[in-house]
Design a protein around this ligand. Sequence first.
Ligand SMILES: CC(C)(COP(=O)(O)OP(=O)(O)OC[C@H]1O[C@@H](n2cnc3c(N)ncnc32)[C@H](O)[C@@H]1OP(=O)(O)O)[C@@H](O)C(=O)NCCC(=O)NCCS
Length: 190
Amino acid sequence: MQENRFRLKDILKKDLNRFWDMQAKTEGINTIGIVRKLKLILKRPVLMKLIIFRCAQASVFNKWFPLLGIPVRMLNYMTSIILGIQIPVTTRIGGGLYLCHWGTIVVSKKAVLGENVVLFHDVTIGHEKGKCPVIGNNVYIAPGAKIFGEITIGDNCKIGANAVVNKSFPADCTIAGIPAKIVKRIESVK
Ligand SMILES: CC(C)(COP(=O)(O)OP(=O)(O)OC[C@H]1O[C@@H](n2cnc3c(N)ncnc32)[C@H](O)[C@@H]1OP(=O)(O)O)[C@@H](O)C(=O)NCCC(=O)NCCS
């Protein structure tokens, strides 16, 4: 994600492609047709939320005209309250973000998330003493994980359900427990 110019079209394309891939994998099929994609946008509130969230980000980063920007940000704010997903629009999150379910997802404004991050419900990525985590690309964060402080999570890591992550971890490992430790090294990740 670029600092100055937020490319809404590119980032939404990555988010949606990621969602279709994950959905196809869950359903055990190769591709999802256009009609089903449209139905999914209407049926999966997290997908709708993600689209609204990205538009709200674009409205801030690209300084949209207030008549358009303010309603988009208000819609984002209302859907955040309804779905319990609290991610500030200025949080830097790469494309391909996958929100699986709604419900108590909290990400700090200063946290940085790479590309293709999976965020489950009850996840918190927050600050400690004003410092926030930097999460790499392709990181899977299972339900209930709490990640906080000035730490770095390497690419391709999997963070186990209910893990409490308070220190940095290198790429390609599965982390779990309280406090989180490496429970497995990932040999090859696709
Ligand atoms: C993070 C996760 C994906 C790891 O998967 P993985 O890389 O295949 O790792 P494994 O399952 O082989 O586990 C490796 C070891 O860590 C342990 N472990 C895995 N997840 C753990 C967790 N959340 N807490 C504590 N230990 C855990 C396993 O028991 C195993 O220990 P062992 O080697 O002594 O048998 C998975 O464990 C997990 O937490 N998934 C969440 C599933 C879930 O909540 N689904 C509901 C979605 S709605």
